[in-house]
Design a protein. Structure first.
Length: 200
């Protein structure tokens, strides 16, 4: 009996710590994500806990299911079929934003969701996030290493698993950037010529 009381005391203390930690978050979506991640980590995904509304107003179940067509993280990734780490990073970021209302995240948020989705570990998560940023799927937001999914990354995830459409989107984005650089170079050349003409 004494052991059971001890276990109960420990459980009560842990609950108090968990509640205080959750109350420190302003974002309701992030609170639900923490609860879901803990449940997934200890094998309690099937609790069927309901409730919560993402910041966009979408009702979400705290066992990883939503009321729309996104499904669980595992179902979502399986449906998108990313072929590279940067595509998987973008898919995880898109799921956080659309299903849980979490638009700003750190690398550890993505790796936790990756584990919840029962995916193979990303060998170097920091490098994968950096590469996704270089590919213009993500962009820094604020300080402390926070990132957000930006338009190209969102469009690529929406297009998956259509590889032709993904290629078209990335090629079009690259061409737009090349065009912008060419225009910038021409403007610099024109300004240089104008400066030469105005010299006495």
């Amino acid at each position: 009996m004494a052991a059971k009381k001890s276990d109960l005391s420990k459980g009560t203390a842990l609950i108090k710590i968990a509640v205080e930690t959750l109350e420190s978050f302003d974002d309701e979506g992030r609170k639900r994500w923490v609860v879901e991640s803990i449940a997934a980590a200890i094998g309690l995904q099937g609790l069927g806990l309901k409730g919560g509304t993402a910041s966009g107003g979408q009702s979400v179940d705290t066992d990883g299911r939503d009321n729309g067509e996104l499904g669980t993280p595992a179902q979502y990734i399986a449906r998108k079929r990313p072929l590279s780490d940067i595509e998987r990073i973008a898919c995880l970021a898109k799921y956080l934003a659309d299903a849980r209302g979490v638009n700003a995240f750190k690398t550890k948020d993505l790796t936790s969701l990756n584990t919840e989705a029962r995916q193979a570990s990303i060998q170097n998560p920091s490098m994968a996030v950096d590469n996704a940023t270089k590919a213009h799927f993500l962009a820094p937001i604020g300080r402390q290493g926070m990132k957000q999914l930006i338009q190209l990354g969102s469009d690529v995830v929406d297009a998956l698993p259509n590889r032709d459409e993904v290629k078209r989107l990335r090629d079009a984005y690259a061409e737009t950037r090349r065009g912008g650089r060419r225009r910038t170079t021409l403007k610099k050349v024109a300004r240089g010529k104008a400066a030469v003409k105005t010299r006495p």
